[in-house]
Design a protein around this ligand. Structure first.
Ligand SMILES: Cc1cc2nc3c(=O)[nH]c(=O)nc-3n(C[C@H](O)[C@H](O)[C@H](O)COP(=O)(O)OP(=O)(O)OC[C@H]3O[C@@H](n4cnc5c(N)ncnc54)[C@H](O)[C@@H]3O)c2cc1C
Length: 528
């Protein structure tokens, strides 16, 4: 067993003994076999000593048990890493940033506490998965939609705290959270927003309560254990339509994206949109690449091929949710706006009215787009090797920025000596309001040398992106300090603020040391 740094074997045993007293012996896991289950299944450190391995795991069932565990850990200075359902694959799974950390597994706290289909919200515990909440809603015949990320087995709390996303109009998850209950590092319990008002009637309806708004400091952070969270849901819409807009010329990307930004920011189109290129997909199918490379046909030549084959240079998908008549009007308006681009073409790709029959539902390609959790992404993503890690820089939502990003990342891939991203992964999406995000995936293998190279490339891309003003929105535990390090304005003033808050709220540094590159004072010098 790998003990936490600076903790004696006697103290660790005493703490584990007390934790067993608090939660029951059956819910404290210390055997190698059990602890192995909390290692990162997608680790980029296969067979390397640098893999961060927990010492134990504990699974409390109530808020009071969480408080007791945290207090014991604080007394013995034992680091804890809370996870909700622990499915954070691609970003570290259940593994900590520091070997010897005890995983605080909240999966047993899995009650759906309330769902309102008049005010459209839910209040859930951390162990509630998207499947659990969906099932609850179906069983109770409630007229609300959830917004699942592609794999539905994760939790609303874990995904939201990571600032993850789905595909419906509620796709930006942290924006839909409303009210938290949090256990602080000293075991104290607090509620944010209206939850701070005893007997409040609007905890899940008004986010801000009174005074400074603190919910954000518990996201991607190590300042508290979230034990309840409110989430806004979407009223079940009458209809859904998916459409495609295609433009013929290379330079059409600029007006295409400008119009897309207008329509999104006006909330005329909703849900996520992805750019694509039927023409570049064709080039890739012929053995070429998605990103331009030396020796590729000129733009004029590509446009000629596009004309000949009837292939658009660029495309974007659009989604509409709501009353069918409103969707008709929104789609009509979108077409009017895009019609300023000569040669633009339009296509409707899917249209549903709700509720769907089981037969209709079975034919839906991407269930999360209509609020239904699924696991089919694991088939679509065609998992190779031993999983993946994702580099996700945020860039402006303009065609010029997309061209620049392709040029910069294309060159970076060449300089770093790796194959550029393929097909959809080369294109940005609107996971978040007002910007694009790329998701460049890297395959994890069991070969030490390959993984070392991948990690070096990953760090290289973080650096190159930052040199151009682009930052990652979320990352694997292995790169958290690298990513935080480039958010360095004014001599790392933001990191210093995070550290000041960390030291004030968690002076013993027991909660998730190293999360987001924020280390407790005692470990700071060694790790930064
Ligand atoms: C094929 C594939 C597709 C994916 N698609 C998506 C996608 O579409 N969208 C997306 O967002 N993600 C996606 N992911 C990433 C990931 O699977 C999901 O984000 C997943 O929901 C995260 O797992 P979880 O909900 O179990 O979170 P957890 O693993 O429980 O938590 C994640 C992290 O949040 C913090 N945390 C969790 N709970 C608490 C708590 N109660 N208190 C304090 N801190 C806490 C911890 O730091 C923890 O490590 C994908 C992954 C794969 C492999």
């Amino acid at each position: 067993m790998q003990l936490p740094p600076g903790v004696s074997s006697a103290d660790f045993s005493a703490a584990i003994h007390q934790i067993e007293g608090a939660v029951g012996k059956d819910w404290v896991f210390t055997s190698d076999g059990d602890v192995d289950l909390y290692r990162d299944a997608y680790t980029p450190f296969w067979h390397e000593e640098d893999e961060k391995i927990p010492s134990a795991a504990v699974a409390p069932a109530t808020v009071e048990e969480v408080q007791m565990v945290v207090k014991i850990a604080n007394n013995y200075k034992i680091p804890l890493w809370p996870v909700s359902t622990g499915k954070n694959l691609g970003y570290g799974g259940t593994s900590p940033a520091l070997s010897g950390t005890v995983i605080l597994d909240l999966k047993r706290m899995n009650r759906v506490l309330e769902v309102s289909d008049t005010n459209h919200y839910a209040l859930v515990e951390p162990g509630v998965s998207y499947f659990d909440l969906y099932r609850y809603i179906q069983e109770n015949k409630l007229k609300v939609w959830i917004d699942p990320p592609d794999p539905g087995w994760g939790s609303l709390v874990g995904n939201t705290l990571e600032r993850g996303g789905g595909r419906t109009p509620m796709h930006e998850h942290f924006a839909t959270q409303c009210g938290m209950e949090v256990v602080l590092a000293n075991g104290q319990l607090l509620r944010t927003g209206m939850g701070a008002l005893p007997g409040s009637k609007t905890w899940q309806q008004y986010k801000y309560g009174f005074g400074p708004y603190v919910d954000g400091i518990f996201s991607q952070s190590n300042l508290g254990v979230v034990t309840k969270m409110g989430v806004w849901l979407m009223p079940e819409p009458e209809a859904y339509r998916a459409c495609m807009v295609m433009v013929p010329k290379h330079d059409d990307l600029v007006p295409l994206v400008d119009t897309l930004a207008y329509l999104r920011n006006s909330q005329i189109v909703q849900g996520i949109c992805s750019l694509g290129s039927p023409l570049l997909f064709y080039r890739a199918s012929q053995g070429g690449g998605i990103l331009d490379a030396p020796g590729d046909p000129s733009i004029a030549e590509m446009e000629r091929i596009g004309r000949e084959k009837g292939l658009a240079y660029w495309s974007t998908d659009l989604r509409f949710y709501g009353p069918a008549k409103v969707i008709d009007a929104q789609w009509e308006h979108a077409k009017e706006r895009f019609s300023s681009i000569p040669g633009v073409r339009f296509q409707e790709t899917a249209s549903y009215t709700f509720p769907l029959t089981p037969d209709q539902q079975a034919k839906v390609n991407v269930l999360p787009e209509i609020g239904i959790p699924s696991m089919s992404i694991f088939g679509i993503l065609n998992r190779t090797g031993h999983g993946h890690i994702g580099f996700s820089p945020i860039i402006p939502m303009t065609g010029e920025a997309v061209f620049e990003a392709w040029k910069v990342f294309g060159q970076a891939y060449v300089d770093l000596g790796v194959k550029p991203p393929e097909q959809v992964f080369a294109f940005p999406t609107t996971y978040f309001a007002r910007c694009f995000v790329f998701l460049f995936l890297f395959t994890v293998t069991q070969d030490v040398e390959t993984n070392r190279r991948t990690r070096a490339v990953f760090k290289g891309l973080v650096r190159v992106a930052a040199e151009h003003g682009w930052g990652d929105y979320r990352t694997h535990v292995a790169f958290m300090s690298d990513v935080m390090n480039v958010y360095s304005y004014n001599n790392h003033a933001l990191l210093r603020l995070h550290e000041t808050i960390k030291d004030a709220l968690d002076p013993n540094g027991i909660l998730s040391p190293g999360k987001s590159g924020i280390w407790p004072k005692s470990m700071r010098k060694a790790s930064t």
